[in-house]
Ligand binder design. Structure first.
Ligand code: AMP
Length: 214
């Protein structure tokens, strides 16, 4: 299956995408993770992306098109993929229509109200090395050490209150309107993203299985 997942920042898209990709046995392709890896590697694209990301702004569409086209052409994506964080603008959605061959099957909207995500992002911490997500109150977040590999656990540079507000506004302006486009095409399923991780994962999996069966 070829899927995209939508949701506000902090809706749990990253966590749910990883679980769903495992369940479907397709690669999880997060454009945010691709840029964060490029930043860690100190590559040219990473250096250019860092300032834009720290402000909570969007990286130009043509950069995304190249990166996504290259990634979808890789061997492991031949039988399906789950895109997380792309498309985010109308131009990116048109680009995906052109790049995806075979075409996209399904768009998932992980719905979590804005006040809930603002609170979640404020307490989100991530492992610098693995990207594993913790919440303030978890031992790993409070000791600032990842329980998987011992790496530092930090707040993302773009999780500051100002950057978060900006990212949510961009989501409302640029990304949310795309839901209507996939809905009109009969390709959208909306899943309630409020609840614990396993509960939401089950909802997502059954929504996708329900679509597969039709
Ligand atoms: P995410 O992890 O999906 O929240 O992405 C983190 C940041 O990476 C975003 O705030 C953008 O600066 C950048 N980014 C990731 N995906 C895209 C995209 N599809 N279009 C533009 N910028 C992106």
């Amino acid at each position: 299956m070829r899927l995209v997942i939508f949701g506000r920042q902090g809706a749990g898209k990253g966590t749910q995408s990883k679980l769903l990709a495992l369940h479907l046995d397709v690669p999880h392709i997060s454009t945010g993770d691709i840029f964060r890896a490029a930043i860690s590697a100190g590559s040219e694209i990473g250096l250019a992306a860092k300032a834009i990301m720290d402000r909570g702004d969007l990286i130009p569409d043509d950069v995304l098109r190249g990166i996504v086209a290259e990634r979808l052409a890789q061997h492991d994506a031949a039988n399906g993929w789950l895109l997380d964080g792309f498309p985010r603008t109308p131009k990116q959605a048109t680009d995906l229509d052109e790049i995806a061959d075979p075409p996209l099957d399904l768009a998932i909207n992980l719905e979590v109200p804005e006040d809930v995500v603002v609170q979640r992002i404020g307490s989100r911490r991530v492992c610098e090395a693995s990207g594993h997500i913790y919440t303030v109150g978890d031992p790993a977040a409070d000791s600032a050490r990842c329980e998987i590999d011992g790496s530092p656990v930090v707040q993302r540079d773009d999780d500051t209150e100002e950057a978060v507000r900006h990212r949510l506004a961009l989501y409302a302006q640029q990304t949310e309107p795309l839901l209507g486009r996939y809905d009109r095409a009969g390709m959208l399923v909306t899943v309630d993203g409020v609840g614990d991780v396993d509960e939401v994962a089950q909802r997502v999996a059954s929504a996708v299985e329900g679509r597969k069966a039709t």
